[in-house]
Write a protein that binds this ligand. Structure first.
Ligand SMILES: Cc1cc2nc3c(=O)[nH]c(=O)nc-3n(C[C@H](O)[C@H](O)[C@H](O)COP(=O)(O)OP(=O)(O)OC[C@H]3O[C@@H](n4cnc5c(N)ncnc54)[C@H](O)[C@@H]3O)c2cc1C
Length: 482
């Protein structure tokens, strides 16, 4: 993944110097195109500007630029973490991009229950700091590559059980507002801004620092159950909700053509007694290996997918060993990432009310083969109701179905993907579900409004809080006024 740090060096220093000057001359620089994890979004931008380690230093550095943008003397600004979103959410054509990666301080509070973390800190950095104290993140994604700011701005979820998305673990935020002031917000102070920023895609201000709940690190015993997908909701309730001890759980669905999406495996993780809070080793993850070869070898191959399913069901449980929470969470996305020039991996995620899971899967079984989608992987996550974020996607207890497709990097493939995505969105809306916004912007504006009934009110709040449109990105350009 091309981190924005890759465009640092002399050019960075030059841009930062200009931003720090009282009256910087707006001169376009010869920047490369910036892309995101989709590898379908090469976007010409005006320049990259870098955050600083402390919130105050970032505010001082950016206030002159924000004022010039508000006065119409500079184009608007998009905020970026590690750009693992896939639809230009972290990019702005011909605009400025604020790279948050230097904003990466981590301080664990003395009581070991919360941490204060710079918004540009990656989970890999967070886990290293917490692990040394016998602690671990409470909620994060299934990979470690993302920034905390990017994670809060999409309101990410993971495979922690019985848990709403990350919003519920956020105690307090410090946000750089469009007028250059630093605003503190939490569930009672500046609560409107708090709700908007949680899952607000960088449109309401720059997240500078977050106070987040942390939990003890622990060693888990894994266990696996194979089942028909039809019985997923009932079996999951027996395996997970009926046993309070399960802290992590995921489902995986069979993707080969033989019994497409009809079989599932549920993996559950229960803490070993007395392992709570122990300081445990955190080995580096190798990004090449047998698991990667088997996974990538199943792209475009029904027999490869069938072989992978057999290995996962029959061999996987024998190989599984006790593993710490931090080791589970510290997996880089690159481990299984697509390295070919011709194709790219595209994620979708649909949130389905738990009782309607099979109804939705039955629709997916028709739609994906009809559009010749190469569905490489499906995981199922337990995402509980979120009552905090304005643009909540889990307005009820949901199963999140994360689907990974391999797509050719061509216009024809992109058109087919758009058609398939719209059909899948219609299917999920019909069962009372929603879809996730960090991925390709293929939804129609009408579909987006059905999935996010608070969208228009949130955009009205955006125009009130940021009347000059200082903070923008390609998601906003696509749907902000749609
Ligand atoms: C391989 C892969 C696996 C994934 N797995 C999961 C998963 O398990 N669960 C899940 O929920 N999601 C998952 N995602 C989606 C991922 O959580 C989001 O794309 C997330 O935004 C990535 O963080 P980032 O640092 O790359 O953010 P970016 O992509 O850089 O930014 C995302 C959004 O956040 C905004 N933003 C970033 N930093 C700030 C800031 N400091 N202040 C204000 N706004 C900011 C940006 O403007 C943009 O709108 C996955 C994505 C990929 C590619």
């Amino acid at each position: 993944m091309l981190g924005a740090a890759a465009v640092g060096g002399w050019a960075t220093t030059a841009v930062q110097r200009r931003i720090a000057e009282p009256h910087p001359l707006p001169r376009p620089t010869a920047w490369p195109l910036l892309d995101d994890a989709s590898r379908l979004n090469p976007t010409p931008i005006k320049g990259v500007v870098f955050g600083a380690e402390s919130p105050e230093a970032t505010a001082t550095r950016f206030t002159p630029l924000l004022q010039r943008i508000a006065a119409g003397q500079e184009p608007a600004l998009a905020v970026s973490g590690t750009r693992h979103s896939m639809g230009g959410q972290s990019l702005l054509r011909d605009g400025w991009v604020l790279d948050s990666l230097p904003m990466n301080a981590v301080a664990v509070d003395a009581d070991g229950k919360t941490m204060r973390v710079g918004a540009g800190t990656t989970w890999q950095q967070v886990i290293a700091a917490l692990n040394a104290r016998g602690l671990a993140p409470a909620v994060m994604q299934s990979n470690n590559d993302f920034t905390v700011g990017g994670s809060i701005s999409v309101n990410c979820h993971g495979w922690q059980t019985n848990s709403p998305p990350i919003a519920t673990t956020v105690r307090r935020l410090r946000v750089l507002a469009a007028d250059g002031t630093i605003v503190s917000c939490d569930a009672s102070e500046n609560a409107e801004l708090f709700g908007l920023v949680l899952g607000g895609y960088g449109l309401f201000g720059v997240l500078l620092e977050a106070e987040l709940a942390v939990v003890p690190n622990v060693v888990y015993e894994p266990a696996f159950t194979a089942l028909p997908t039809r019985e997923y909701a009932a079996t999951f309730a027996d395996l997970v909700y009926a046993r309070a001890s399960v802290e992590m759980a995921y489902g995986r669905l069979r993707v080969d053509p033989d019994q497409f999406l009809e079989q599932a495996i549920i993996g559950t993780y229960v803490p070993q007694p007395d392992s709570k809070g122990r300081v445990l080793p955190l080995p580096e993850m190798a990004v090449d290996g047998v698991a990667r070869t088997i996974f990538r070898g199943s792209a475009g191959s029904g027999s490869g997918k069938a072989r992978r399913w057999w290995l996962e069901r029959e061999v996987g449980p024998w190989l599984a060993k006790p593993i710490s929470r931090n080791v589970l969470l510290n997996e880089p996305a690159a481990l299984f990432g697509n390295r070919t020039a011709e194709t790219t991996d595209i994620l979708h995620e649909y949130f389905v009310p738990q009782a309607r899971l099979w109804d939705f899967v039955a629709q997916v079984k028709t739609i994906v083969p009809r559009e010749e989608g190469d569905l490489l992987n499906v995981t199922v996550r337990d995402v509980r109701r979120d009552s905090r974020s304005t643009l909540a996607y889990a307005r009820d207890d949901m199963f999140g179905l994360v689907m990974l497709f391999v797509q050719e990097r061509t216009v024809v493939a992109e058109e087919r993907m758009q058609r398939m995505t719209r059909s899948l969105i219609d299917a999920v809306l019909d069962v009372g579900g929603t879809f996730y916004l960090p991925y390709r912007p293929h939804a129609t504006a009408a579909q987006l409004r059905r999935a996010y009934p608070a969208w228009d009110a949130a955009m009205a709040a955006k125009r009130r809080l940021d009347p000059a449109g200082v903070f923008q990105n390609e998601l906003y350009r696509r749907y902000g006024n749609a």
